[in-house]
Structure formats: C-alpha cells, structure tokens
Design a protein around this ligand. Structure first.
Ligand SMILES: [Zn+2]
Length: 258
C-alpha cells in the first residue's frame, strides 16, 4: 500500500511495506514551485524548466528529508548499474540504476512514464546489505536491468538473499495506456513476457509492471515483498507523463540506508 506525504513542498508517495532501516519515496507533480508544463514538482534540470524553480523544489525536498544530496545517474535507457560509495557531483555517471551499501548515501532516478523501482537488498537473517534505484522504460525492461542490477550487487555481496529483499514499483505508465509497436510487443512475448502484452483493436499494449513482477519473481523475490504503486503517470492526475506531453517535468524516486 502506498501513502502520501505533503510535509515537503514536493508531494511524496511511499510504500508502507518499506522497512524502518531505509528511507525512500516517489515524488509527484502535485506540489512545488515549477509552473506551466513543468508544474509543479519538477526535479529535472534537463527539461527546460526555470532553474530557480527546480532549485526551490530540490531545496524544499532535501530540507524536509533532512539530507544534503540525492545522487542521480546520467540516464541513457541502458541496463548498466553503477555503485555509489559517496555522493556524486552532478549527473556524471552514465547508468540507469544506482546502488549503494553506504548508510546516508541517497540515490535516485528521474522518470516521466518510465518505471522507477527501488530495492531493499537484505541477507538471509534480514540484515540490510544495500539499496538500489532503477529506471526502466521498455529498453530497461526488455534488457532486464533489474536482473543486471541485482546480479551486480550480488557479486559484491553474495549473501544478498532474494526472498528477504523488497521491491517498490513507483508511479509509471500503466498497461492500458502504454501503446507500443507490434515489433516490440512481439519481442516482449518472445522473451517470456507474453502475459504483459495485450493485443487490442490492432494496437499492442505493454504492461511494464507485469514485466517487472515477472523479473523480480524470477530473481526469487516473494510476491508479498513487491509493492506496486499502481498509479499511472499518464491517466492519473498529478504526474509528469512524457507520452501525454513531451514537454514535461520529471518525478524522482529516491532511497537511502539510514
Ligand atoms: Zn494509464
């Protein structure tokens, strides 16, 4: 189940399933200082929004969270994940997932329709090992960036135990809104995700949430440890949606180990 917090100048959605030794959230477009197409909670510097409004949104968010920075990657719709051992100076690492095992180092990804996924990675005795923030549009979903990221963390920390881990799927485009070309739909079907594809009136619809659940289940995550916001950025009000309007802001998904 997801809850809303408006204590920050930027509205935050968070999962009640999250453990008490992490902080996390998904921002929305509802509150904040941006205006027009970027209204109101835009947190991207790269979409043409007024930098002073973006700065006010970031200052308000970080102030309310009580942290100095949230490190972001330079997202390129790939499947590479990068380790963050200390806060990054700007969006300097090309990656679509970040992970850290350092308490107090906050990481995040920006999205507008693509799927943000936050991971709590724990060992068999439920000890917190690491956290990850993953950005998956169709390329990341088809390339299984979730498995790539989980694999990278597991190489460093072999004791990571999937049945003890948790995943939070943030607001993103839903399976009734996400029209894709027939070629792409066929690629997903051929890759074992046929259950995530609908063929409707000659259109192909892709459900990224179903793809993510299938991938997490294959990794060994338990269904009770996967929480889906089930809020569509395109057909629910209060979110940035690239498909609805390409001139738009970005939502932030963030997580850190306390
Ligand atoms: Zn929708």
């Amino acid at each position: 189940m997801y809850l809303r917090s408006s204590h920050s100048p930027v509205e935050i959605l968070f999962s009640s399933l999250a453990s008490s030794d992490i902080s996390h959230g998904f921002t929305t477009a509802r509150n904040g200082f941006s205006s027009g197409a970027y209204g109101r909670g835009n947190l991207s510097w790269r979409v043409g929004d007024d930098p002073s409004a973006v700065q006010r949104n970031w200052d308000g968010l970080l102030g309310s969270l009580g942290i100095a920075a949230i490190s972001l990657p330079l997202q390129v719709h790939g499947i590479h994940s990068a380790y963050v051992g200390a806060p990054l100076e700007g969006e300097v690492i090309e990656a679509d997932a970040l992970w850290t095992d350092q308490p107090g180092v906050a990481i995040g990804v920006l999205t507008a329709d693509c799927m943000p996924i936050l991971l709590e990675l724990r060992d068999q005795s439920d000890q917190l090992i690491a956290v990850a923030a993953v950005h998956a549009g169709w390329k990341g979903a088809l390339g299984n960036i979730l498995a790539a990221c989980f694999g990278e963390v597991s190489r460093q920390w072999p004791q990571v135990y999937a049945p003890a881990c948790k995943a939070f799927l943030g607001p993103s485009i839903c399976g009734n809104c996400y029209e894709v070309g027939q070629d792409l739909a066929e690629k997903f079907s051929a890759s074992g995700y046929g259950g995530a594809v609908q063929w409707q009136n000659g259109n192909s619809l892709l459900d990224l949430w179903k793809v993510a659940v299938l991938q997490l289940s294959s990794l060994g995550f338990l269904s009770g440890n996967i929480d889906i916001a089930a809020e569509c950025t395109k057909c629910c009000a209060g979110y940035f949606s690239y498909r609805r309007c390409s001139d738009t802001g970005r939502e932030l998904a963030f997580i850190w180990m306390k």
